[in-house]
Design a binder for this molecule. Structure first.
Ligand code: IMP
Length: 415
């Protein structure tokens, strides 16, 4: 059976975790295909908050197998820490032996480079994501499968340190003690051995055996390395296409694509964000939406739904459907704005230009509503909220299949 895919269509933090968690009940296998522990999915089940960074959200379904694909960059330290939250995951979690490792020096490089960039900093999560992907593309990275032979791996890492010594010096990064590093690698080898696998073969076989598979994107379309707001992006292909390279699937292996969007917009880190609202209304969105990063705790930048960017994202991902999250966060606003076009170089445009930082949003205003919190049926929504959803469908040219009205799994309208 072909795999279904969930992808963020804004700047990440759209609430994919809740949808994947909800859907994971219906799937046999849930897979991550890109990013690393920069991601943060907060899931609320029966009032309890669980934060996941690397492990797919399907882990909360005891019957689902979870896969971390080759396209993910894996910090063994972060993975082991996250695994500790659960009882044994053997047989329920497999990590691609081809996935590249994030080691401590990647994190140090990430942070040092951000410091050097000063006011031009990307605003990364400081988790070493960019440096680990850079090493992969430069063909000097280290894959998890190399843990099988720690001595050879250590030799390669030492040779990497030697050839990059000048860079480490400039960045004022202290290289690790080699004995300590060896001990660390041996620990990773021992603890991760039961989980490392050829995940591509595993998924191919699962497809042949008609298993139901869900592919879970991290971050969002506007943070895609190729199609996002470069250079203010993350270092992977966050869009649906990334699932093919990041897991070893062909485009033909993918069935339904669901785009996840918040009913408004947020972004963490720097870079263009046309609909950002700097007024009290933006602060109200932040307060009502609890918009603080799961991974870094940073306050998120908040603003209105950007239908131009959303339509672009739906096209890039081939979204069959949209899930609109956190509609209840708009409760109590008298007027709600949607960006329907951009003003760019004196013209009104309806596409995402190369230099998104130079656009001004053109808004349409809609009537607000008192409360949609906890509503589980579309018919029970206030008329203005129904209209808001219909406008999003029209502007994005994509059907809305689900609407979320509270963090709780059950408070979801299925259309
Ligand atoms: P990096 O992925 O840590 O290199 O950060 C690059 C950019 O992506 C920064 O603007 C981060 O704030 C953003 N970013 C990375 N992961 C996430 C996420 O899970 N949600 C939202 N933004 C993210």
């Amino acid at each position: 059976m072909k795999a279904d895919l969930i992808v963020g269509i804004q700047w990440g933090d759209e609430g994919k975790g809740k949808i994947v968690d909800l859907l994971a009940q219906k799937y046999d296998i849930v897979c991550r295909y890109q990013g690393g522990h920069n991601a943060g999915h907060t899931i609320v089940v029966e009032g309890k908050k669980i934060a996941l960074h690397l492990i797919p959200s399907g882990i909360l379904n005891p019957d689902a197998v979870n896969i971390i694909g080759n396209g993910v960059v894996v910090s063994p330290e972060a993975l082991l820490k996250e695994m500790k939250q659960f009882d044994s995951l053997e047989g329920r979690l497999y990590v691609s032996d081809k996935a590249h490792m994030i080691l401590k020096y990647h994190e140090l490089i990430d942070k040092a480079k951000e410091k050097l960039r000063g006011k031009n900093a990307i605003g990364t999560t400081g988790r070493g994501i960019g440096p680990a992907y850079s090493d992969k593309i430069s063909r000097v990275g280290h894959r998890l499968g190399e843990l099988k032979d720690v001595d050879t791996l250590l030799e390669k890492i030492v040779s990497y340190f030697d050839s990059n010594r000048a860079i480490f010096d400039v960045l004022e990064i202290k290289l690790p003690d080699i004995d300590e590093l060896k001990n660390e690698l041996c620990e990773y080898k021992e603890k991760l051995a039961p989980y490392l696998a050829d995940t591509t073969e595993y998924i191919w076989e699962a497809i042949e055996n008609n298993k139901r598979i869900l592919l879970e994107g991290a971050q969002g379309t506007m943070l895609d390395i190729d199609h996002g707001t470069y250079p203010y992006v993350t270092s992977s292909n966050t869009i649906a296409a990334g699932a093919c390279t990041g897991l070893g699937l062909s485009p033909r292996d993918i069935a339904k694509v669901t785009g996840i969007a918040k009913a408004y917009c947020t972004r963490v880190g720097n870079g263009p964000f046309p609909t950002e609202d700097f007024t009290d209304e933006g602060q109200k969105l932040r307060d009502q939406g609890h918009e603080y990063g799961t991974t870094t705790g940073r306050p998120r930048r908040c603003g209105w739904f950007d239908a131009v960017a959303a339509r672009y994202a739906c096209r890039l991902n081939g979204c069959d459907e949209l899930s609109i999250m956190k509609l209840d966060v708009l409760d109590g606003f008298d007027k709600i704005k949607i960006c329907v076009a951009y003003e760019y170089k004196g013209e009104k445009i309806d596409y995402v230009p190369f230099d998104l930082e130079n656009v001004t949003p053109v808004y349409e205003e809609f009537e607000g509503w008192k409360s949609v919190e906890g509503i589980r049926k579309f018919e029970e929504l206030p008329e203005s909220a129904k209209r808001y959803i219909k406008v999003i469908e029209d502007l994005t040219k994509t059907k809305v299949g689900m609407v979320s009205t509270s963090p709780d799994r059950e408070d979801t309208i299925i259309m």
